[in-house]
Design a protein around this ligand. Sequence first.
Ligand SMILES: NC(=O)c1ccc[n+]([C@@H]2O[C@H](COP(=O)([O-])OP(=O)(O)OC[C@H]3O[C@@H](n4cnc5c(N)ncnc54)[C@H](OP(=O)(O)O)[C@@H]3O)[C@@H](O)[C@H]2O)c1
Length: 261
Amino acid sequence: MDTLDQPTALLPGDVRMPLLGFGTWQATGEAGHAAVLAALDAGYRHVDTATMYGNEAEVGRAVRDSGLRREDVFVTTKLPPDRVGRERETIESSLRALGLDHVDLWLVHWPPSAASDSIPVWRELIAARDEGLTRAVGVSNYGTAQLDELIQATGEVPAVNQIRWGPSLYDRRRHAEHRDRGVVLEGYSPFKTTDLSDPVLTRIAAAHDVSPAQVVLRWHVDHGIVVIPKSVTPERIRANADIWGFSLTAEEMRDIDALGG
Ligand SMILES: NC(=O)c1ccc[n+]([C@@H]2O[C@H](COP(=O)([O-])OP(=O)(O)OC[C@H]3O[C@@H](n4cnc5c(N)ncnc54)[C@H](OP(=O)(O)O)[C@@H]3O)[C@@H](O)[C@H]2O)c1
């Protein structure tokens, strides 16, 4: 499947981010390389890594081995908290490990432990983007007040906030706070946050002849939320990408939203 065939979120700078991505935390070494290669073969066109995951070299090698054009794969990596003050050196080392001359999205992995570092770190990400080392910049694990602090200080809106998200964490207001600011919400740990045997999910899955896991992923996408399931199991990698043949009704969406309490 070509990138353009998949739903995307539009980031500033005309950057298209596929709503379905592939998570790679704890997918390291040869298993990590094989998983990313299987994911690209299954149709994912977006891969999420981080300096902290210790697998950038394998992720980059899999992107090259896939034979896909660089511009058809969206690659995210992240700045770890202990690299505050060494941002430039960190992205250069990510790019070397990945074997790429730029990434598509660079995120601050966690808010810096010293609040006074927040703005300087954000300015360093913006500088890296302006130099072409990354096409877009954003954050991860930020609260709305922390997003506002960055926006007010620099006038630069984080393109993305990657946060823990899933039906059990659904929060309409928090989603709206991102939309109102033009920040794309990217959810992580869609399965770890979900009871896949929940009767609401199993009922909806049966109605569409799909699995509860596929329902959870489709629910994100139908909300316009980016989702990045991880798996090192070939059948799951393929099944998690096979979510385009059905869609959820408005009533089903509301029933799943209600799992957020
Ligand atoms: N920014 C952050 O702070 C942050 C934090 C956490 C995660 N992330 C990102 O988000 C990605 C996803 O989150 P995650 O890895 O924490 O959790 P996840 O994707 O919710 O869950 C992964 C687990 O679910 C299993 N699984 C995969 N597909 C399944 C299916 N169809 N049915 C049942 N189980 C299935 C996987 O097993 P197998 O692998 O054995 O198949 C693995 O144990 C990460 O890989 C990472 O890229 C970011």
